[in-house]
Design a protein around this ligand. Structure first.
Ligand code: SF4
Ligand code: SF4
Length: 307
């Protein structure tokens, strides 16, 4: 399993100072000025970068799909884990579009977004892209904010909402409680609402948390319901990988069963530095991020921006 580095949360005022300072002085001067770890790749990365990943041995997506099929066919309860390699994410948002289409999220919100952060460090412009969706927390703050029977953990780790109950005020309470902004409340609208012709792609049937819905202009059964990423549980249950994973053009997304010691997800995280958000809240997220920079780029601790 992944090793994990301890993150100490910086204070918000210190973070603002950090980025203001970055804009005007060199990396070394920043590190000296604010005392944060902006590492020199020549001295640090050589020690921590593991051997290259196994991309050359074939399609990782095919391997993840085969592992998923074997897991479902084997009948054992998996423990789903998603790993993101932000070094490979190019910020194209193909995953966001695929997610919107798969889950019929409508105009009110996304299950998934790709956050871009400019990091003016070193000799050339540099940015990091961070795909973000519900982290399927093992101790979810959203569940603590609403009555017990509205949000449940599936045995495979996925956090499941009850759409019949998580509506209106409680839906908004859950959305407010999520520290990751991963929940939105559906407004029941379609993108093509008010245009001469409603489009069929927006009105197709889709499955969410075991139930089938269809979004119609002005008559969406999920109106006022709290919605978020489900790891595409409706696909996983029929041995298909989540839409963001199969769509990722950068190969930045890994998904699999943490209970399977031979799985790709365990292989790629073995011995690596990974980051889990909001450790200070003890949420135990199931979406984790590699915390390693590319060779010849400055290294910035994920904790510089994220708690
Ligand atoms: S990321 Fe937010 S919505 Fe998802 S389980 Fe955690 S608290 Fe709930
Ligand atoms: S599809 Fe992949 S590369 Fe493109 S934004 Fe999403 S995670 Fe990044």
């Amino acid at each position: 399993m992944a090793s994990e580095k301890e993150i100490s949360a910086p204070q918000p005022t210190a973070r603002r100072k950090f980025f203001r300072t970055l804009a005007s002085v060199s990396t070394g001067a920043v590190a000296a000025a604010v005392g944060w770890k902006v590492m020199n790749p020549a001295t640090v990365e050589a020690a921590v970068i593991p051997p290259p990943l196994a991309e050359s041995s074939g399609s990782l997506t095919v391997r993840m799909q085969q592992e998923l099929e074997a897991t479902v066919a084997g009948g054992k309860t998996p423990s789903w884990l998603m790993v993101v390699d932000t070094r490979k994410c190019i910020g194209c948002d193909a995953c966001t579009v695929a997610c919107r289409a798969e889950n019929s999220t409508g105009p009110a919100g996304n299950f998934r977004r790709v956050i871009k952060k400019d990091l003016p460090i070193g000799p050339r412009p540099w940015a990091i892209y961070k795909p973000a969706n519900c982290l399927q927390c093992d101790d979810p703050p959203c569940a603590r904010a609403v009555p017990k029977d509205m949000i449940a953990k599936r045995p495979d780790g996925i956090v499941e909402f009850d759409a019949d109950k998580l509506k209106g005020a409680v839906a908004r309470a859950a959305a407010q409680a999520c520290p990751f902004g991963a929940i939105h409340v559906d407004d029941g609208k379609t993108f093509t609402q008010g245009t001469p012709q409603a489009q069929a792609y927006e009105q197709r049937a889709f499955v969410e948390n075991g139930k089938t819905y269809a979004r119609k202009p002005g008559a969406n059964p999920l109106q006022e319901v709290a919605r978020k990423c489900t790891f595409c549980s409706h696909l996983l249950d029929v041995s298909v990988l989540p839409a963001c994973v199969t769509t990722c053009v950068g190969g930045a997304m890994y998904f699999g069963d943490a209970n399977n010691p031979a799985s790709l997800i365990n292989e790629v995280t073995q011995g690596r530095r990974v980051f889990r958000g909001h450790r200070n809240l003890g949420v135990k997220p199931r979406v984790i991020y590699f915390e390693e920079s590319m060779p010849d780029t400055p290294h910035v601790e994920c904790g510089a921006c994220h708690f």
